[in-house]
Design a protein around this ligand. Structure first.
Ligand code: PGA
Length: 243
């Protein structure tokens, strides 16, 4: 694991964007695994800026998002579909058919069929080259919540109470936060060529400490990243305070 500690959120976002940009320049048909949430917003803003300045070309890029709420339609303002178009896809030249976000409401599939199709599509593209991850306060990655065992494949998950509480800041009340999501499993994440884990702020310090303690446990899903040979962690000073 290569750890870089930067001053603040802005520095984290710039460094993350320049890593993604570098990989995209090396491989025009990059397969990107993407995350949502507050953490990668600044990285996306920097990528959009680089694209507008003519430095990046997304025309051959394929993306796979980590997760999406179940019980919210894709058009909902707080869906991860909406998030991704607002922060990235609406501003770059990615082909719509190359965008993948887990969802079963669109095609009237069952959740298990949608998950199977998602995993198959990841395999058909040759797997993820670069997977961007945030981390939950409980150590989750994607919506792989702490548990005694974790599915390898994309699956339907009941969100942990800490996640519902953390995500309630995006809704008018905690009751409105969806309780279920589809999430990529640990399989495609751990098979990614490179994993970029981002974290900002003191609220992530404990989860990071637990994740890189030298012990591996599904009760701290991000701790499994210690087994991946190519992980870059970019965190700000507050998030790194317990490392
Ligand atoms: P955040 O979420 O970026 O909004 O803090 C990260 C996560 O829950 O994985």
């Amino acid at each position: 694991m290569k750890l870089t500690v930067v001053q603040d959120y802005d520095q984290m976002s710039k460094k993350a964007a320049s890593l993604v940009a570098g990989k995209l320049k090396e491989k025009k048909d990059l397969v990107l695994g993407l995350a949502t949430g507050s953490t990668p917003e600044g990285m996306y803003a920097n990528l959009v800026k680089m694209y507008r300045e003519g430095h990046l070309d997304f025309s051959l890029v394929t993306t796979f998002n980590l997760d999406e709420y179940v019980d919210l339609c894709p058009q909902h303002p707080q869906s991860y579909h909406t998030y991704m178009y607002k922060h990235l896809f609406d501003h770059i030249n990615i082909k719509p058919e190359n965008i993948n976000i887990p969802c079963y409401t669109k095609n009237n599939l069952s959740a298990s069929d949608a998950c199977r199709d998602y995993d198959q599509k990841i395999v058909q593209t040759g797997g993820i080259d670069l997977q961007v991850l945030g981390i939950g306060v409980n150590g989750h990655i994607g919506f792989n919540e702490p548990a005694s065992s974790l599915p390898i494949s994309t699956h339907l998950v009941e969100l942990a109470s800490e996640t519902i509480e953390a995500n309630s800041r995006f809704f008018n009340s905690i009751e409105q936060v969806p309780r279920r999501a589809l999430t990529m499993g640990l399989g495609p994440i751990m098979h990614a060529g490179l994993i970029l884990l981002l974290a900002s702020g003191g609220s992530k310090a404990h989860a990071l400490k637990e994740s890189f303690s030298g012990l591996v446990t599904t009760e701290v899903p991000a701790s499994l990243l210690q087994l991946h040979p190519n992980v870059v962690v970019i965190v700000d000073r507050d998030a790194a305070s317990l490392l």
